[in-house]
Design a protein around this ligand. Structure first.
Ligand code: SAH
Length: 218
C-alpha cells in the first residue's frame, strides 16, 4: 500500500463520504454511481500537491492545460448514461487523469478510453493500475472518431466539449445505446443522444463547462 493510500485528514474515507453526500444533495440519485464515487480514491488521480483538495467540488488542474472534472458532473454524466440499468461496453473520450474511467470501471463491464495527450495517458494508466481497474483499456489517439475496433458501445461519454459530432462516432453507438456529450463553443450544454431502431433522438440536459475537444494527438 502506498503512502498516499494511508493519507489522513483530507484524503480519508470520511472526506470521501462527505463528497458523495454533496453530490447526492446536488441531485444525483443513482445509487450504483454514488457507491462507485464512494469506493474510488480521488486523490491518487491528482498531483500530490493538490491531494488535499481532491474531494472538493471543483475541477482541478491535471497538467497540459487540462482538468479533472468535478465529482458532481462525473456522477451526473454516468447517471444519465446508465439510465438506471447496467452498462456493458462503454467508450470514454478524454481519459485525462483516469478518474472518470475508474468510476466507469465500477458501473460497466468493459471500459475503453481514448486520450490525445500521451503523458496524461501514461499517468492515468499508472493510477488505474494502482487501484486495479482491470476492465479499462486505454489508447493514445484522437478520440473524436471513437474506437471502432471495439464498438458498438452501449454507452459513449465525451469528457471534452464538442462543436461537431462525427457520424463515425455515432455509428459506434449500439441500438438502444446512449451518448452523453458536452456541446458548444462558448456556452456549453450537456446533450444526450439516444440511438433507437429508427435513428437518433437528442435531448438537452443542463449547462456545463468543459475543456474543448481538440483534433489530433500530442
Ligand atoms: N475524464 C477526465 C476528464 C479530463 S478533461 C478525468 O476524469 O480526468 C478532458 C480530456 O479530454 C483532456 O485530457 C483532453 O486532453 C482530452 N481530449 C480533448 N480532445 C480529445 C480528443 N480529440 N481525443 C481524445 N482526448 C481528447
Amino acid at each position: 500500500m502506498s503512502i498516499r493510500h494511508t493519507g489522513i485528514g483530507m484524503t480519508s474515507q470520511r472526506t470521501r463520504v462527505r463528497m458523495v453526500d454533496r453530490v447526492r444533495q446536488q441531485g444525483v440519485q443513482d445509487e450504483a454511481v454514488l457507491a462507485a464515487l464512494n469506493a474510488v480514491p480521488r486523490h491518487i488521480f491528482v498531483d500530490e500537491a493538490l491531494a488535499s483538495r481532491a474531494y472538493e467540488d471543483i475541477a482541478l488542474p491535471i497538467g497540459y492545460g487540462q482538468t479533472i472534472s468535478n465529482p458532481y458532473i462525473v456522477a451526473r454524466m454516468l447517471e444519465v448514461l446508465r439510465a438506471g440499468g447496467g452498462l456493458d461496453k462503454v467508450l470514454e473520450i478524454g481519459t485525462g487523469c483516469g478518474y472518470q474511467a475508474a468510476i466507469l470501471a465500477r458501473v460497466a463491464r468493459e471500459v475503453y478510453s481514448v486520450e490525445r495527450i500521451a503523458p496524461l495517458l501514461s499517468r492515468a494508466r499508472k493510477s488505474l493500475r494502482e487501484i486495479r481497474a482491470l476492465n479499462v483499456r486505454l489508447k493514445h489517439a484522437d478520440g473524436s472518431l471513437g474506437w471502432a475496433e471495439f464498438g458498438p458501445f452501449d454507452g459513449i461519454v465525451v469528457a471534452a466539449a464538442a462543436t461537431m459530432i462525427a457520424p463515425e462516432l455515432t455509428d459506434q453507438l449500439a441500438i438502444g445505446g446512449r451518448m452523453v456529450v458536452p456541446f458548444g463553443a462558448g456556452e456549453q450544454r450537456l446533450r444526450l443522444i439516444e440511438r433507437t431502431a429508427h435513428g437518433f433522438k437528442e435531448s438537452d440536459l443542463e449547462a456545463v463547462k468543459f475543456v474543448p475537444l481538440i483534433p489530433g494527438v500530442s
